[in-house]
Design a protein around this ligand. Sequence first.
Ligand code: GLC
Ligand code: MG
Ligand code: CA
Length: 595
Amino acid sequence: MRGVLAFALLALTGLSSVNADLDWWQTMSVYQIYPRSWKDSDGDGIGDLPGIESKLQHLVDSGIDAFWTSPIYESPMADFGYDIANYTNIDSIFGTLEDFDDLVATAKSLGLKVIMDLVPNHSSDEHQWFTNSLASIDPYTDYYIWKNGTELENGTIVPPNNWVSVFGGYAWSWRSERQAYYLHQFAEEQPDLNYRNEYVVQEMKDIIEFWLDRGVDGFRVDAIPYLYEDESFPDEPLSGTTDSPTNYSYTLHYYTQDQAETYEMVAQWRQLLDDYSFKTDNITRVLMMEAYTNTSQTMKFYDYGANFPFNFGFISNVDGSSTPTEIKELAIDEWLDNVPDNGTSNWVIGNHDQSRVASRYSPEQVDAMNMINLLLPGVSVTYYGEEIGMEDQWISWENTQDPQGCGADEDTYEDYTRDPNRTPMQWDATTSAGFSTSNSTWLPVNSNYLTLNLAAQIDADVSHYKVFQELTTLRKEAVIQEGTVNVQLLNDNVMAFSRELESSSDSIMIVVTNFANHTEMISLEAFENAPDTLVVSIASIDSDLTAGTTVSKSSLEISALAGLVLRASTASGASAVVSSGVITLFMAVLANLRY
Ligand code: GLC
Ligand code: MG
Ligand code: CA
């Protein structure tokens, strides 16, 4: 009886939010913090943990449920924290373990989940494990992947095979101390760990438990496809796309990526996390995999217990020059058609390794891209600054910090450097955009900060940030958390998708995005269930149509590069007030039923 009533209540209001069948992480909006660049508390020009803690309210205000932070462990910073010298300590640049505990406690009190970056593939060459391995001190001798070189006829020793580093250059470096080469799929300062050594496997499990004990809710797992390499170390086939043997695209990475053992290790970590929640609080701990690989290898992570592998379609397959057909097919359908039936989807439009959305797409497309990211089914992932539409900042070759940029040369570094998308968060129009009290910050603040900043967008009537807030609010509704999805091309320039609850005909919500530089006239007839008139619920900031405007299903105009969220008039604003009255009424009825 109560079930029937609850259903009637849902159908009447279309307003339910939390579905008891969905676990906390399946509907979360995640925010990525790049800790060096988010908030500096001590004026050294580099972000830190007390800084993050002091700004957590921003995440709450933004409708964020969880955040993941790039590495904060002790590190010589050759790859800005992705080279870890001690996995169970915080780097002094960022603070102390105590600061970390405070951060977690404050996050919990605000209802935010905390997700750590786990970097299992490689440590720093300054890790004690590597120092011991270099000196052949057991049990560390085989913690890394050491190989003898190949001796040529003339007596010179060369690397054991043709493997290339992701950052450019050979994946092998010679150490005279051991008279051998060690493998590094990334920078020379990032030696690959040897997962065929059982002690290494155990070390990483102990590290995971260490952070679980400190209260983290899960892990973003770094560079996972590179975990194992083929044991027989064969040369990789040549791609034929470049003549430079030190360019990563010189070879096809059959033997250095996506090995079967990698997935088995993920399954072991899943087991560990599940055992941990079973013996503590029964709350799921998450594993989010960073895997730039093909669709089938990506989806395989679901089978081995990852909560999800990041969906990089909007990063790797399309950009601002793509047509809506390409966006639909390569970024949306490619994912939805291949995600396993019981798999939770996720959408990622930016991170610390990619040019920003405003620069990879265009500043005018920021709102439309956020609509896509936040309103498609499943988890949304937002890189810091994307809620206000931050842009890349050009940085000279002389000032380039990123090893991936420095590994190139003056003529090509701009194709590789990740510095432009890692500049400090633009909080306000004060010194260093409110990021630091210092005028000199580790990367320069974007020169547009006086006008492009959070405070200005909070003050403005219409802003990217306000659109973002409306979108995260909408995400809490049942139609976004549970609704079906239907993607349609309306013409050569306009793509749209609907979200709909089967139980409620007026729940329909339609997102329309115009990829053309001019206004387009469209019809929404492709969405059979849409009513004849709809109301603009959210509009991108330069849109001619603004929120509250009623439009006709058969013909409406959408401005250049705009995004619109349309709803049935009965489902929007005003009816919510009525509905809450209905909820109160039903609650009273339910309460009475108990007697
Ligand atoms: C991942 C990180 C990237 C880092 C690399 C090596 O791809 O996202 O920033 O440089 O792994 O750890
Ligand atoms: Mg600092
Ligand atoms: Ca590896």
